[in-house]
Design a protein around this ligand. Structure first.
Ligand code: ADP
Ligand code: ZN
Ligand code: MG
Length: 474
């Protein structure tokens, strides 16, 4: 039988605050074990949590980034469970009154994925199991790291939609400065809830939850494995049980961790040590207006107003600093296509080769705009523009000055061009003869010879015209 998968996500994102959510320990990645802990985040009795206001601000920004309602009132609850990675034996989270509700992202298939809620909570520590020594060790550096959890409705119908959503939400959170969204470092982790139902049915099946996926590839593989596993159960007349499963990257399969019967009773109750959070409309307005234009809005502008291709628009927005640089340059000289092609081809090559990012550039968007203008106005040839860009990339400076000092300014001297063409034809009589018989490749070769003779300021249009005239074509 053929089945329709139904998928909902729970995404945990580490917030980019300087300190942890309820104490002043640093919120960092890496470093030695248990070097960033204090009585509060290690759960000592008698300590009191103090809410990090920047965590609240970033959670609100996350809400705005995905068109949620950010609530004026939210509150914290205790989620009780005992596990050695959580020394307090309860996690502080928002259960009844999350900071954000509603929201959505439209994915590649055109489907709208609704977001149910975003809430703030604290992360737990990490356990390191050493099978050889037969011990488990606890690293509490991650205890109290501020998280948001984004919960979607079960609106996805394919792995492709999930991948698209996760990439888009990661990019939006990066733009908003909420989270660095490094899945491989665990700063963005995805739980996939998945069920299947017979094609055409409207009744959702029983779901399994696959915990803590940390790459787009694992997400796809886990979903594909689950569709197959659940289909085989239903085809065999069995029933899928509601349970939590773990994906094994090496085997490409999922294994049951605990079933619904074994699920914890968390005994949620309001956290008595943290007052509720009130945010006024004015404060919300201020937070919203402090945010940069998000990537999807930029992409739409690039395509609809600037007439860039979808692929080029996507490439530009894939890095915020790159997109900021592009926006800065076209604001000064609005040749959208030429700026995009110089940045996506030449500048990207220089960036890739050097390992730098658009944020490290030695020249400003204004200087790039000047170079684009010189190129558009044919003050320098396309090839010379590449050379000038390379010099700007390495040493900074003004494109106009570089072009003048280094002889890149395009020559309109027809006599010099004619003389060079004549010389080249004379020196390459055989090739010139061959061209008359129709070879385009030879023409390119002869062009190159003339260009070389005339140097950096060579004017390809003039040379091409004269060369054709002299060779008797057109
Ligand atoms: P619970 O209260 O048991 O945690 P939720 O309603 O909060 O359940 O849903 C948790 C996640 O599971 C959400 O991402 C939701 O979209 C998803 N989900 C709910 N029902 C299904 C289903 N039948 N199939 C797939 N995913 C589902
Ligand atoms: Zn601490
Ligand atoms: Mg839930």
């Amino acid at each position: 039988m053929s089945y329709q998968p139904v998928i909902g996500l729970e995404i945990h994102c580490e917030l980019l605050t300087d300190s942890k959510v309820f104490c002043s320990c640093a919120n960092d990645f890496g470093g030695g074990e248990n070097t960033r802990v204090c009585p509060r985040c290690s759960g000592m009795p008698g300590t009191l949590p103090l809410l990090n206001q920047n965590a609240v601000r970033l959670a609100a920004k996350a809400g705005f980034a995905v068109d949620c309602t950010v609530n004026n009132y939210s509150a914290f609850d205790r989620k009780n469970y005992f596990y050695p990675d959580l020394p307090k034996a309860y996690q502080i989270t928002q259960f009844e009154h999350p900071i954000c509700t509603g929201g959505y992202i439209d994915v590649c298939t055109g489907r709208r994925i609704r977001i149910n809620r975003i809430h703030i909570e604290e992360d737990a520590g990490k356990l390191v199991h050493d099978d050889y020594e037969g011990v488990s060790m606890a690293d509490y550096n991650r205890c109290g790291v501020p998280l948001i959890e984004i919960v979607t409705e079960p609106d996805f119908r394919s792995a492709e939609e999930v991948r698209d959503f996760v990439s888009m939400i990661a990019l939006r959170l990066k733009y908003a400065g909420v989270c660095d969204a490094r899945m491989e470092q665990g700063s963005l982790r995805v739980d996939v809830n998945i069920s299947i139902m017979p094609e055409g049915s409207g009744v959702f099946g029983t779901r399994a939850e696959i915990k803590n996926l940390n790459s787009l590839k694992s997400i796809t593989r886990a979903i594909e494995y689950e569709i197959k596993r659940q289909s085989e159960i239903l085809d065999g007349g069995g029933k899928v049980v509601q349970e939590t499963r773990r994906f094994n990257d090496n085997h490409g399969d999922t294994k049951a961790l605990r079933s619904k019967e074994e699920a914890h009773d968390y005994r949620y109750f309001p956290e008595p040590d943290i007052p509720p959070v009130f945010i006024t409309d004015d404060e919300l307005e201020e937070i919203k207006s402090s945010m940069p234009v998000p990537p999807h809005i930029r992409k739409a502008r690039y395509i609809n107003e600037y007439k860039l291709s979808e692929d080029d628009a996507q490439l530009i927005i894939s890095d915020k600093e790159f997109s900021d640089f592009y926006d800065g340059a076209v604001e000064i000289y609005p040749d959208y296509k030429l700026t995009s092609s110089i940045m996506l081809v030449e500048l990207n090559r220089l960036l890739n080769d050097s390992g730098k990012t658009a944020g490290d550039l030695a020249f400003s968007p204004r200087k790039l705009a000047e170079l684009v203008k010189m190129t558009a106005e044919k003050k320098v040839s396309n090839n010379a523009a590449k050379e000038v860009l390379k010099i700007m990339f390495e040493h900074g400076g003004s494109p106009e000055q570089i072009a003048e000092e280094r002889g890149f300014v395009m020559s309109f001297d027809e006599n010099a061009a004619e003389k060079a063409v004549e010389e080249v034809i004379e020196e390459n009589a055989a090739a010139a003869g061959e061209f008359k018989n129709g070879s385009d490749k030879i023409f390119g070769f002869l062009m190159g010879q003339v260009m070389r003779k005339l140097g950096k300021g060579a004017n390809p249009q003039i040379i091409q015209r004269i060369l054709k005239e002299k060779l008797g074509k057109e």
